[in-house]
Design a protein around this ligand. Structure first.
Ligand code: BES
Ligand code: MN
Ligand code: ZN
Length: 499
């Protein structure tokens, strides 16, 4: 479905949507339709009850006095407060849902002029459109026809507003497109998206002025990224590392983004149970998130220098696969006892982080990974786990997460936990002891590879894929991390005077 923001008047026919406040106040467009329909808009709104909830939608079919086929009226706001941007995004998503339920093919949405939106109209319209965009995305490229759907599906949603500056709209569109792109990468099955084809898709970022370099398995061997190679050695499809560079800043020490890109995680010789194993096609969501974030930053020409690096591998059991008990020398020189081949993400990250740190000496490093099932036990599917060596960095990420609705929760990373990953016959072991603190163990394993710098680790295992419908996205790939990192960059590095 196309979601667009255009400078246009409300059409006098067809299907339209208007807004009302929770107090019954009508937006300018809603008031106008109400007047022309002899109060039908107000009456429809009253059907939602005396205190309708934020986002609720009332519907008028063929209202008397108007030439419109349908008028949707959506409530914005709460009893005690104006909506936040995140609330507005949810409302936009809900409007798409209502349009789908009503089988409306195209909808023109009037600006919410005259309501208390807690922000200026342009930002409110962008937030509504963003939510609509997120909810509208679906992964249907492999469906030949839609059996569940008998009727028409929404095709186009137009937000009508004269107040959104062109530059701001272009920035928002950059983020929408990056998020869609990342979600498609996450959703692609592993027979389509393997390390090589993933790298090929990342090469497309060159069109936006991103420098893309692919390190194939031979290069990785020369350099000594043995841990990444070890994870991929059981697969017929060789691993690789892709490094993407956006130079929008002043050439100082860059921001580094590192992503886990395990295109499929069978567990390897420490094989996972069959139940739910198909979920491991999205074990590359961290890599998709950092690539998506970089795409957004490049597309909106963000004033920051970023190096994004992803380790891509397929974790398979075979005659060439690594075995439990193998000892591997990482790029950074530290040795690891691979006691469980299913704790492969940290091996991938250790090498890519080690390489990025040595080669680029980043000022800040953020890694994103579907690293542990344990983080889902701890936090469920509402928030991703945040680990940070630096309070300012942690606060900026937490705040960015609240603003875009990709929420985080900080977990501890004390020195004391490092004890759990000390090896016996090598420097480190790749699993902890027993079931304790599984998500923290993952982070503690990475810490020595980062060294002394501001670092954050985001464990997105619980949030990368929605196993049921969520307020902003339908079931499937969420793109978690793209909007979060984009907003984080805005908070930390400014928006370059774009708007
Ligand atoms: N990719 C998984 C983690 C995961 C689980 C992601 C569920 C998304 C949903 C990771 O590679 C893994 O297998 N982790 C193990 C670690 C254990 C062996 C220490 C886990 O969480 O069980
Ligand atoms: Mn695993
Ligand atoms: Zn994994």
């Amino acid at each position: 479905m196309d979601i667009v923001v255009v400078r246009k008047d409300l059409p006098t026919h067809g299907r339209v949507a208007v807004f009302a406040g929770r107090d019954g106040r009508l937006s300018a467009a809603a008031a106008e339709l109400d007047r022309r329909s002899g109060g039908a808009v107000g009456r429809a709104l009253a059907m939602l009850g005396p205190k309708p909830e934020h986002g609720a939608v009332a519907e008028l079919v063929l209202p008397r006095g108007l030439d419109h086929e349908r008028v949707l009226i959506q409530v914005l706001g709460f009893a005690d407060r104006a909506p936040t941007l995140h609330d507005l995004e949810r409302a936009g998503a809900r409007l798409v849902k209502a349009a789908e339920a009503a089988r409306i093919e195209d909808l023109a949405v009037a600006a919410p002029t005259g309501l208390d939106l807690g922000t200026d109209e342009a930002e409110a319209v962008l937030a509504l459109a963003t939510g609509a965009h997120l909810r509208a995305w679906r992964f249907d490229k492999y469906r030949s026809r839609d059996e569940e759907d008998g009727g028409p599906r929404p095709r186009r949603l137009e937000f009508l507003s004269g107040t959104v500056p062109e530059a701001r709209l272009a920035e928002a569109r950059a983020v929408w497109e990056a998020s869609d792109w990342a979600r498609e990468l996450v959703a692609e099955p592993a027979n389509v998206l393997d390390p090589e084809s993933f790298a090929e898709r990342l090469r497309a970022l060159a069109d936006l002025g991103v420098e893309v370099e692919v390190f194939d398995a031979d290069r990785l061997r020369e350099l000594g990224l043995n841990a990444l190679l070890a994870v991929g050695q059981g697969s017929a499809r060789p691993p690789c590392m892709v490094v993407m560079r956006w130079r929008g800043g002043d050439g100082g020490r860059p921001l580094a983004l590192v992503g886990k890109g395990v295109c499929f995680d069978t567990g390897g010789i420490s094989l996972k149970p069959a139940q739910g194993m198909h979920d491991m096609k999205w074990d590359m969501a961290g890599a998709a998130a950092v690539a998506g974030a970089l795409r957004a930053l490049a597309a909106r020409r963000a004033p920051v220098d970023v190096v994004a690096a992803v380790g891509l591998a397929e974790n398979m059991p075979s005659g060439t696969a690594q075995r439990p008990g193998d000892i591997v020398r990482t790029y950074a020189g530290r040795t690891v006892e691979v006691l469980n081949t299913d704790a492969e993400g940290r091996l991938v990250l250790a090498d890519v982080i080690g390489w990025v740190v040595e080669r680029h000496d980043p000022e800040v490093l953020i890694d994103v990974a579907t690293l542990t099932g344990a983080v889902i036990v701890a936090l469920g599917k509402e928030r991703a786990g945040l680990f940070a060596s630096d309070d300012t960095l942690a606060d900026q990420l937490l705040r960015a997460g609240e603003e875009v609705g990709e929420r985080l929760w900080r977990l501890p990373l004390d020195e004391a936990y490092r004890e759990l990953v000390k090896g016996e016959e090598a420097d480190l072991r790749n699993i902890g002891r027993g079931r304790e603190a599984g998500a923290i163990v993952g982070a503690a394993f990475l810490a020595p590879f980062v060294g002394e710098r501001a670092w954050a680790h985001l464990d997105i295992a619980g949030v990368a894929w929605a196993d049921r419908e969520r307020p902003l996205v339908r079931k499937g790939a969420t793109g978690f991390g793209v909007r979060l990192l984009d907003r984080f960059v805005r908070l930390r590095y400014g928006d370059g005077g774009g708007a």
